[in-house]
Design a protein around this ligand. Structure first.
Ligand code: URA
Length: 434
């Protein structure tokens, strides 16, 4: 086989066979097919799509590009969660220790920032010393010992996804339903999840802009789970405005810490309780979601989720002093405040524009392998539906000493729409697909 023929076939709207997909992914993983050919192929997939069979085949090729973990000897039942990516989405940082504190083990493989959306690993790495790259043995050991581990793709686990994910980030090929579905499900399958709660974001700051696409992606992933002997439930959740208030890396981590201490934003807390309780239900820790909600709330209030978070971070090498005193976390020196240009009701805080503003500040990558600045970001002080007075604080920008602030300010002013008439609040969720 030749890589160029596979690219041409997809360019010309033809279906790829399982053997072609497997050969292409294996060749990329081994370094035999170069980035430029895989970029061209990814663009062809983005433009011309893949059917369900091709997507399942791509998922399995990426999952089996490394080891497939079998967690059955380590934990009684492995439940995982994954978000399709959004702005201000720090859910894993709260939900993973929360459900682990309730007795449901979480062994999770997370990703880095992708395009304008943030990534759990980048947020975690704002803690000095945090080790995102673990060997399989370390991953399993930690899961058995403390019931929680969050790592990135390694050379052992779904390495093809690790490479392709970074390449898509910088080649304009993120927004593809088959590429997103296979990326997420290959990680979940490789890490041994038996049940998965999927958080499919929809809106301005999501890769899926409308409910129809989000439903299609959700159904596709639930179906891939079924075909591979797993159970998945997918939430369709709002991403028109950022989730919570903080958008960046260390500032999101700080907001997650506040939430674990019951001092976080309401919308984010509610979102986390819903996802956590569904995980507890799937993991058969409690028989109803109502009881699961109660249990999760109780563990937050009694500080058990916070204790689990501290145990997790210290076991994974993070400097615990920085989470116990988040003022020690990186924070950019320059602070710029943006006030409401007029009085009225907030109709829009465009999540993608806020995400891009954070990315331009250095919270995300412009090209593969770029370093990121953990201390920069944007705090959003209001929500859609809020009434504001002219000159009320809307955004605080945290910028590096030499950042070019003008395009960031322009993006944020552009993200904001204030009108005289009241605006409806966005719901947190638009539905669930089981
Ligand atoms: N999250 C992933 O893991 N992969 C994607 O492609 C998008 C979101």
């Amino acid at each position: 086989m030749r890589a160029v023929d596979i690219i041409i076939k997809k360019r010309d709207h033809q279906e790829l066979t399982d053997a072609e997909i497997e050969w292409f992914i294996q060749g990329y993983t081994k370094g035999e097919i170069p980035d430029y050919q895989v970029s061209a192929w990814a663009m062809a997939v983005l433009l011309n799509g893949m059917n369900e069979r091709e997507t399942t085949s791509l998922t399995m090729a990426m999952a089996t590009s490394g080891e497939l973990l079998d967690l059955s000897g380590v934990v009684p039942y492995a439940v995982d969660k994954h978000s399709t990516g959004g702005v201000g989405d720090k859910t894993t940082l709260v939900v993973a220790p929360l459900v682990a504190s309730c007795g449901l083990a979480v062994g999770k493989m997370s990703g880095r920032g992708l395009g304008f959306s943030g990534g759990t690993l980048d947020k975690l790495e704002s803690i000095p010393g945090y080790r995102a790259e673990l060997s399989t043995e370390e991953f399993l050991d930690q899961l058995a010992k403390i019931g929680i581990v969050v790592s990135g793709q390694s050379k052992d686990l779904a390495p093809a996804d690790g490479k392709l994910y970074a390449l898509r980030d910088v080649t304009g090929t993120v927004q593809s339903i088959p590429l997103i579905a296979s990326s997420i499900m290959s990680k979940k399958i490789a890490a041994g999840a038996q049940a998965i709660v999927l958080d499919v974001k929809v809106g301005y700051g999501a890769f899926m802009q409308n409910l129809e696409d989000a439903q299609y992606l959700a159904r596709l992933m639930v179906e891939i789970a079924r075909q591979t002997g797993r159970k998945a439930v997918a939430y369709l959740s709002d991403m028109n405005q950022p989730l919570g208030n903080a958008v960046g890396n260390a500032i999101e981590l700080k907001e997650a810490i506040q939430t674990l201490q019951m001092k976080g934003p309401e919308d984010f807390l509610e979102h986390c309780l819903e996802i956590a309780s569904r995980m507890l239900l799937l993991g058969k820790i409690v028989p109803t979601q109502e009881e699961a909600q109660k249990m999760a709330m109780d563990h937050l209030e009694k500080g058990k989720a916070w204790e689990k978070f501290v145990e997790w971070i210290s076991t994974q090498g993070g400097d615990v002093r920085t989470i116990q005193d988040p003022n020690l976390l990186p924070l950019a020196k320059k602070e710029i405040k943006i006030f409401a240009p007029r009085s009225g009701f907030i109709h829009q805080i465009h999540a993608k524009k806020v995400g891009l503003a954070a990315m331009f500040l250095g919270a995300g990558r412009q090209k593969k392998g770029d370093p990121i600045d953990f201390g920069v970001g944007v705090l959003v002080h209001k929500k859609v539906g809020d009434q504001v007075q002219g000159n009320e604080l809307i955004f605080t920008i945290y910028a590096g000493e030499n950042s070019d602030i003008d395009p960031v300010k322009a993006l944020l002013f552009d993200a904001l729409i204030i009108k005289d008439n009241p605006a409806e609040k966005y719901p947190l969720f638009y539905g669930v697909i089981e």
